[in-house]
Design a protein. Structure first.
Length: 248
């Protein structure tokens, strides 16, 4: 497996490919690229000096793991953007299932877990270029060869729970799955969301969500809307939570 095979899949899907040894953050690179070239791109980096996580966190990004941003021109309305998260998560899961890992779960909004250990996450941003084209940038960080120690939750990495020699094999299969769902997201919307829901952690359970500034809210986790908000049953009233972290 080599990078040219990955480039082939991407080109077949009208997407350019940039592979960097080291960068600050592939999210910034993707935005710069869109401003200059106004076209779809995948940026993959071997390491990041200042990787961005959700909610202002740092994403620790040493060599050996997967750091990529996928920037795609799209016409999906902003209130349905969670479909991108779902199709990315389902593609990660299908890829790992092919290698025998059956216990991949998703934690709202954008985390990937294996047996209660986080091995990856994603961050979604929108970008309107000067030409006024609309892009979504999906930033994916996956622990492949190592995982950092984090206070909030246990962590793991792919090589620990699956037999896979190089991350290029993962990426090759992942991009195949991802672009299949991307191309067919309209007609497969139901399939994507039901696969996602089947692997969603804490669904219909009592949860506590950290909403920031030392505040939290408790209730029963009823589902997720296509805009990404979590539906919480709080004392028999349904409330939408737009941002937060479910406490484990
Ligand atoms: C999370 O907080 O769980 C999401 C982390 C997303 C990290 C990825 S790594 C590639 C891309 N570039 C970044 O700076 N962040 C995303």
């Amino acid at each position: 497996m080599n990078h040219s095979k990955i480039e082939d899949i991407l080109q077949n899907n009208s997407c350019n490919y940039i592979h960097l040894n080291s960068t600050i953050s592939t999210m910034d690179d993707a935005k710069e690229y869109l401003e200059k070239f106004h076209s779809n791109v995948v940026i993959l980096a071997e390491e990041q000096k200042n990787g961005k996580g959700r909610r202002g966190n740092i994403w620790i990004s040493p060599p050996g793991n997967i750091y990529c941003s996928i920037a795609l021109n799209n016409t999906i309305p902003i209130n349905e953007y969670y479909l991108f998260s779902m199709l990315t998560a389902v593609s990660v899961k299908s890829t790992l299932e092919n290698f025998g890992a059956n216990e991949i779960k998703f934690k709202w909004p954008n985390d990937f877990f294996f047996k209660n250990h986080k091995f990856g996450g994603m961050i979604l941003e929108t970008h309107n270029s000067k030409k006024n084209d609309k892009y979504v940038i999906i930033g994916i960080g996956i622990n492949f060869a190592s995982s950092p120690t984090i206070e909030d939750h246990k962590t793991t990495f792919i090589k620990k729970f699956v037999k896979m020699n190089t991350k290029l094999i993962f990426l090759y299969k992942f991009f195949n799955n991802f672009f299949f769902y991307w191309r067919n997201h309209n007609e497969r919307k139901k399939e994507i969301s039901s696969k996602f829901y089947n692997s969603l952690m804490f669904l219909n359970e009592k949860i506590e969500i950290n909403t920031g500034n030392n505040r939290s809210i408790q209730g029963i986790f009823k589902g997720i809307k296509y805009d990404g908000s979590l539906i919480l049953d709080k004392d028999n009233e349904l409330v939408s939570i737009y941002s937060g972290n479910i406490k484990i």
